[in-house]
Design a protein around this ligand. Sequence first.
Ligand code: SF4
Length: 520
Amino acid sequence: MKLAMWTYEGPPHVGAMRVATGMRGLHYVLHAPQGDTYADLLFTMIERRGERPPVTYTTFQAQDLGADTATLFKDAARVAYERHRPEAMIVGASCTAELIQDDPGGLAAALDLPVPVIPLELPSYQRKENFGADETFYRIVRALAAPCERTAQASCNLLGPTGLGFRHRDDAEEICALLEGLGIAVNVVAPMGASPSDVARLPAAHFNVLMYPETAEAAARYLEKEHGQPFTRTVPIGVDATRGFLAEVAGITGLALQADESRLRLPWWSASVDSTYLTGKRVFVFGDATHAMAAARVARDEMGFEVCGLGCYNREYARPLRALAGEMGVEALVTDDHLEVEAAIEAAAPELILGTQMERHVGKRLGVATAVISAPVHVQDFPARHSPLMGHEGANVLFDTLVHPLVMGLEDHLLHMFRGDFEFSDEAGPSHHGATSTVPERPGDLRAAPPAQPGAEAAAAGGSTRLEVVWLPDAEDELRKIPFFVRGKARRNTEGFAQERGIARIDRETLYEAKAHFAR
Ligand code: SF4
C-alpha cells in the first residue's frame, strides 16, 4: 500500500482509452466496475471532445460478482460490435476486473466477431497510464500493420499523439506543416486521427517520427524491426532540438533540408536586451521525461536560465533524464510522489518552476512563479488557440510561456529600489498579472520563514548536533530588502553559513559575510 493524494498518471486502461479515443473506427470494450465511466469526463470535459469516447464498459456491480461476469463481458462486447460496427476492437480489464480474471481476450475470441479483436494485458498494479498507451498502440500496430510498398515520394508517419495528450493536437499540425513544407509527405498520423485501416498502411512510409516516446516507442521499435522503418530520436521541442530533428530527418532521407525560419522568434526575443534580466534565473523543471528534458534544455541553452533541479515521474525514461541532469550539474529527481517533488523544490529555492498541474499548486503554496510544460494538466491547458510546443511556433509559444509568470524587468528593478510602495511591492506580486499575491508567511516558506525561536532546543541531524540559529531584527530588515523570489535562497544560505561557523545569532554582518562567501 502507498498513501497517495495526487497521482501524476492514471491507471493503464486510461492510457488505452487515450489511444482508442484518439483513433477513429476503433472500439474499446473495457471490463470495469460501475463508476469507472468517470474516465469519460477526461475527454468530454478536459479535452472538450464533442462525443463520448468509443468505450463500452461492462459496469459490473457487487451483485454481479456472485453470478457470471464473463457472460456480462461477452454480452457487452457483442452489443458494442452490433451498435458501433468498428473496423477493429480492443478488449481489456480495469484494475478491479483484473482481480476477477475473466480473460477478456479469450472471451472476445470466442465471439468470433468479423473484425480484428486485439486483447490488451495491462498490469494495473505495476504500470501506469503512459505504459497503457504505449502498450495499446504497440498491440494495435502489431496486429494491423501490413507489409506494403513504400510511397514514391519521401514520406513519414507521425507516431505518438493521443487523445488527452498535452498539446498533441497542435504539435501534430506543426510537425506536419514543417515536414510537408520541406517536401516530405506525412503518410499517417497515429494514433490520433488514424483508423485501423490507416494503421495497416503505416509500413508504406519511409521512416517514422517518434513524437512522444512515452506513448509510441514500442510501436516505433516494432516498425523498425519488422518493417525496416528507421525512427527519429530527437523530439523537436525548442530551437536546437527542432534543428537537430531536421538534421536527423535529412540523414535518414538523404535530402538537403533547409527550413524556413522566418516565423521563428525565440532566438531574437531571447537575445534582445529586454531578456538580459532572465540570465541566471534559477528554474526547477519537473514533468514527464520528454517534456522535462526538452524544457530544461530550452531554459538553459535558449533562454539563459540556470537549471537548479530536474526530474520526471515516469521511471521508464529515468536513464536519459539522469544523464541530462548530470550534464547540467544537478541531481535527477525520479519520483511519482508529489510531496517529494515539493520538498525538492523548496530545497532548491527556484525563481521559476516549470512543471505539471501539481507543480502549479506547489508554486502557489510557495509563492514561486510557475508555468506548465507537461501533463497532467487541467482544462486550461487544452486551449482553443493554436498552441504547439514543437517546431518553430512551439519555440515561440515556449518563450512566452516561460517568461510570462516572471516579474517583468522594469518592475524587478523598481522592486529593488523602492520597497514598501503600497502598489508595487513584494506582497503585490507581478503587476502584469493584475492579481494581488497574499501568500502567508509560514515555516519553510520560500518567501520568508519566521526566525527560529531563541533558546529552541538543538535538534540532532545526521548524527551531529544542529544549531538553532536566530535572526536578529536588523538582519530580518536587511533580508526583506532582497527581492522575494531569491529571498528564500538567501535565508537558507545564510543559515547554512551560520551553522557551519557555530554562529547562533544572525545579524546584518552575518548576512553580508554569507553573501560575500557565496559570491566567491
Ligand atoms: S478499477 Fe481502477 S480505475 Fe476503476 S475505480 Fe477501481 S481502482 Fe479506480
